[in-house]
Design a protein around this ligand. Structure first.
Ligand code: KIV
Length: 304
């Protein structure tokens, strides 16, 4: 294990951590913002080392890590454990915790309480929540409590059933106008950034131009201020069907399968472990141990 988190003093931004306020400046400079999901300490550390700007502990963990077939079953307790792991590994990155289904829908109080848990118990810098409409009040309440909120509109997986499945959103003029209205309202409610998921590129481009805060696209085209991909999709670790917007940058799954098959063959063929993988002990200690073990065996034999 070689995870050595460098924990900053409480309240001190870790060196290298992008100040949240810098995001709007990146947008103004048209410098694309890079976000990726991560679900554990090595993932967080690798994302930071690769120079990723924002690490999202997505509730996609329900599917990628926990094996569910949707994001809905993710619980607060599971998301807290995963977020805590990521912030240990990515102590020098801005970490955003995704609020799971059921953790913010019921009331503003509930939403604020759960957002606070992500910050206090898991070390998150900000939270993300899906939707607009009644969720605007949740955004206002969480921001008023001093916690930065990232919005998420377009395809919102937690309400995929209501949306008729995992489908692109905003494909009619009416839907696109509603999306733009939601985006403006979320910005006015205090979101520091918005995820636009599975939205036609020209609609996302217009939303991006209309807002002062950065948009982070996933299946929303190149005009967004930043992009996000899910760790398992990007690295080829997810076996399920992936969306058309996924670009796979590596086939880590194949590498892991080959390594595991090699390991299994080595164990079965007595090629592993080798001398260098074992511990020695002083010869006299070994002789004493062998003698004691034999004596014990003889006594046991006499008793039977
Ligand atoms: O849960 C998640 O990973 C997400 C991203 C796809 C934005 O919400």
């Amino acid at each position: 294990m070689s995870i050595r988190p460098q924990k900053p003093a409480p309240g001190t931004p870790a060196p290298g951590k992008l100040p949240l306020t810098e995001l709007a400046e990146l947008k103004a400079r048209r410098q694309p913002i890079v976000m990726v999901t991560a679900y554990d300490a090595p993932g967080g550390r690798l994302a930071h080392e690769a120079g990723v700007d924002l690490v999202l502990v997505g509730d996609s963990a329900a599917m990628t890590v926990l094996g569910h077939d949707s994001t809905v079953p993710a619980t607060m307790e599971e998301m807290l454990v995963l977020t805590r792991a990521v912030t240990r590994g990515a102590s020098r990155s801005l970490v955003i915790a995704d609020m799971p289904f059921g953790s913010f829908q019921v009331s503003d109080e509930d939403a604020v309480r759960n957002a606070i848990r992500f910050v206090k118990e898991a070390g998150a810098d900000a939270v993300k929540l899906e939707g607009a409409g009644v969720m605007l009040s949740r955004v206002r309440a969480i921001v008023a409590a001093g916690i930065p909120v990232m919005g998420h509109i377009g395809l919102t997986p937690q309400s995929a059933t209501m949306l008729g499945g995992f489908k692109a959103q905003g494909r009619t003029a009416e839907q696109a106008a509603a999306l733009l209205q939601d985006a403006r309202a979320l910005e006015a409610a205090g979101c520091f950034s918005l995820v636009l998921e599975a939205v036609p590129a020209p609609v996302a481009a217009r939303v991006t131009r209309e807002l002062a805060v950065p948009t982070i696209g996933i299946g929303a085209g190149a005009a967004c201020d930043g992009q996000v991909l899910v760790w398992h999709d990007l690295l080829g670790l997810y076996d399920g069907r992936t969306a058309r917007f996924v670009k796979r940058y590596a086939d880590v799954g194949a590498t892991i399968r080959t390594a595991l098959a090699q390991y299994a063959a080595d164990v079965r063929e007595h090629r592993f472990p080798e001398e260098q993988h074992t511990y020695a002990m002083p010869a006299e200690e070994l002789a004493l141990f062998e003698a004691a073990a034999s004596e014990h065996r003889e006594h046991a034999h006499d008793r039977s």
